[in-house]
Design a protein around this ligand. Structure first.
Ligand code: AMP
Length: 250
């Protein structure tokens, strides 16, 4: 049965890629890990290296809040409190986002998927565009390290920049100022202690089935990351894992 489903899936992607020929070389890399695991920093570095965009669902949602859209007005308080937004809302935003020409060459996906249901939906959406997730990289970070990272994290106030910094491990060149766009930095509402606890609980509730999904379809690679390593070392480990995954697939 598994074999028939997977043959059907491959045939579907091949057929869809005839219609979406512009996207035939697209690479989609998924980053998984708890709040503060460093997905955003890693995604920005990988995106620059591979020349593909960084798709961050948290930034898309924060833009909805700033622009006071229906979604932003309805879900803004839950986001600030650190709660996950229902899958149906995320699926709608994701479908709209992935259809953009900006993703013709793929993307590094950060903060999406966060549930097994989102992962399945992402797989289907990409297949309908003739694409697939190449690999899901899990950043495995211990809880005390995560808490230290989140407490000292600062984020650019300009919503379409959204670059994040860490006062100890990745400080901005000029105090309280974004290196990229020069806007002031802030501590996000959902990075205050009460919201951090909620985000950790949401992660603990949803991560196991999400991870199991990527294990089952053979796409999960785990990279250990500690605060002592620093972002460059983590990046090297991730490149190594990507190479290893390419070899596994050959
Ligand atoms: P992030 O910037 O990735 O830490 O996301 C900030 C907040 O946006 C999260 O705490 C959730 O409230 C919401 N959010 C972002 N991505 C998702 C997602 N894939 N599913 C549900 N909620 C999300």
């Amino acid at each position: 049965m598994e074999t028939i489903v997977s043959l059907f899936y491959e045939a579907y992607i091949t057929a869809a890629s005839l219609f979406h020929w512009r996207r035939r070389n697209a690479r989609f890399i998924v980053l998984l890990g708890g709040p503060g695991a460093g997905k955003g920093t890693l995604a920005a570095t990988l995106a620059a290296k591979f020349g593909i965009p960084h798709l961050n669902m948290g930034s898309i949602l924060r833009r909805e809040i700033t622009e006071q859209t229906d979604i932003g007005r309805e879900w803004g308080p839950a986001i600030k409190a650190g709660k996950l937004i229902p899958d149906a809302v995320i699926h709608k935003l994701l479908r709209r986002e992935l259809a953009k020409r900006a993703y013709d060459n793929g993307a590094v996906l950060d903060g999406i998927p966060r549930t097994a249901d989102q992962a399945k939906r992402l797989r289907r959406m990409l297949a309908s565009l003739g694409n697939r997730v190449e690999v899901a990289i899990e950043l495995d970070v211990d809880r005390p390290d995560l808490l230290e990272r989140l407490a000292l994290r600062r984020t650019c106030t300009k919503s379409d920049c959204g670059r994040s910094y860490h006062l100890k491990f990745l400080p901005p060149r000029v105090e309280n100022t974004c290196d990229i766009c020069g806007s002031p930095l802030m501590q996000r509402d959902d990075e205050r202690p009460e919201s951090i606890i909620t985000r950790m609980e949401e992660f603990a509730r949803t991560f196991a089935p999400l991870r199991a999904f990527y294990v089952r379809i053979g796409l999960l690679k785990v990279v250990r990351s500690t605060n002592a390593m620093g972002p460059e070392k983590v990046f090297d480990e991730v490149l190594f894992a990507l190479d290893e995954h390419d070899c596994d697939c050959d």
